[in-house]
Design a binder for this molecule. Structure first.
Ligand SMILES: Cc1cc2nc3c(=O)[nH]c(=O)nc-3n(C[C@H](O)[C@H](O)[C@H](O)COP(=O)(O)O)c2cc1C
Length: 352
């Protein structure tokens, strides 16, 4: 198991992560905005945890990430969904998809490798069976992750979703590392990305978040392309293309040979990418990659994210998202931060 409040744990048997100290960087030194809010206050504050992303108000900045939280409703008996700002569904395509054959998940040192292959129930079944029960949790916003093999398929899914109620926004997945067409084919090429985002934006009656790939030369440039094409926000990062080999069998551990790496192993790289994107675009950023502790989340906010997504941590602890929502509020209270939104971009960079 990875996470408990304030202390991370490696998956059993993977030595490297056992040594990891809880991140302390976020607490020292505080940024200007934090300092303003900490002036000589001794009484505890009840922090305002609300944030606004692409015009959507969230009760707090903690969002369950796509592919790690099913269609949301499966978690209703495990997580208090009302305590989350939002969740993002598994990627939804026009038709149902079976995904890649097993093995599709491999544990790595401080992370996880997956090649699920975008298995999903398809948009019709999603609208009929998965979305309606979410009405029971109106505070938790539903963001639908959309993908297609062609630009027409992306638009088809969006048009079908447009007709439904109870969805706050779409997240366009242009970054799945283990499905080329429909994933990286759009996310790795600036002109394809520009074309797809502008078409999707024109078709969408809801805010459009574009989920960016880290498997590019400059994620900040791709964020700028998405913003110029009309994205209301960008989310980053998706998983890093990676592989693992079983030396006894001399075979790849994943049936798909390569897959996507996620979890604490990617956090420092993801954080750097969020920081660079935040310096490049003015639209809100949803940051993710290996967030396990409240301090991890604070790091992403300081780097420039308005909200954070939590993925792989839910595999180690299915209640990780709710724990983080509580933990982030406690962190703000303990650090006399009155508004969590004041942390966004409040990083102090010497000589900047
Ligand atoms: C098993 C698994 C399935 C995923 N499926 C999707 C998906 O369908 N669409 C998507 O945009 N991202 C998908 N992701 C990527 C995550 O949403 C997230 O971007 C990534 O895992 C990094 O965050 P983390 O380190 O907190 O997991 C998936 C990740 C995992 C581990």
């Amino acid at each position: 198991m990875w996470a408990r409040e304030g202390r991370d744990h490696a998956p059993e048997g993977t030595g490297a992560y056992d040594e990891r100290e809880p991140c302390k960087g976020a607490a020292t030194p505080p940024g200007r905005a934090i300092q303003q809010e900490t002036k000589e206050k001794s009484r505890p504050v009840k922090p305002d945890m609300k944030v606004t992303v692409a015009g959507i108000e969230l009760v707090n900045p903690v969002i369950a990430a796509s592919g790690t939280f099913g269609y949301g409703i499966e978690f209703e008996e495990i997580v208090s969904l009302e305590r989350l700002g939002a969740f993002v569904t598994k990627g939804i395509s026009l038709e149902p998809m079976a995904g890649h054959p097993a093995p599709r998940i491999v544990q790595t040192a401080a992370g996880m490798l997956n090649a699920i292959g975008l298995q999903n129930v398809g948009v019709e079944d999603y609208l009929r069976r998965k979305l309606p029960p979410m009405k029971r949790y109106p505070r938790c916003k539903v963001i639908v992750n959309v993908f297609g093999y062609t630009e027409a398929e992306y638009i088809g899914v969006i048009e079908r979703l447009n007709a439904a109620e109870g969805i706050a926004a779409y997240e366009l997945n242009v970054s799945c590392p283990n499905v080329y067409a429909g994933g990286m084919a759009f996310g790795a090429d600036a002109s394809s990305l520009e074309y797809l985002v502008s078409r999707a934006k024109a078709a969408s009656k809801r805010p459009l978040i574009v989920k960016l790939s880290p498997n590019v030369t400059s994620v900040a440039h791709m964020a700028a392309v998405a913003a110029d094409a009309g994205a209301d926000a960008v989310s980053l990062v998706n998983t890093f293309r990676a592989m693992a080999i079983d030396v006894e069998q001399r075979r790849p551990r994943l049936s798909n040979v390569a897959g996507g790496l996620s979890g604490p192993a990617i956090k420092p790289i993801a954080l750097r990418m969020v920081y660079e994107a935040a310096r490049t675009v003015r639209i809100p950023i949803l940051g993710m990659g290996g967030i396990v502790t409240p301090e991890d989340a604070v790091e992403f906010l300081l780097a420039g994210a308005t909200a954070v997504q939590v993925g792989t941590a839910s595999y180690a602890d299915p209640r990780a998202t709710e724990r983080l929502a509580h933990g982030l509020e406690a962190w703000c209270r303990n650090h006399q931060v009155e508004r969590v939104a004041s942390l966004t971009g409040a990083l102090e960079v010497p000589h900047d």
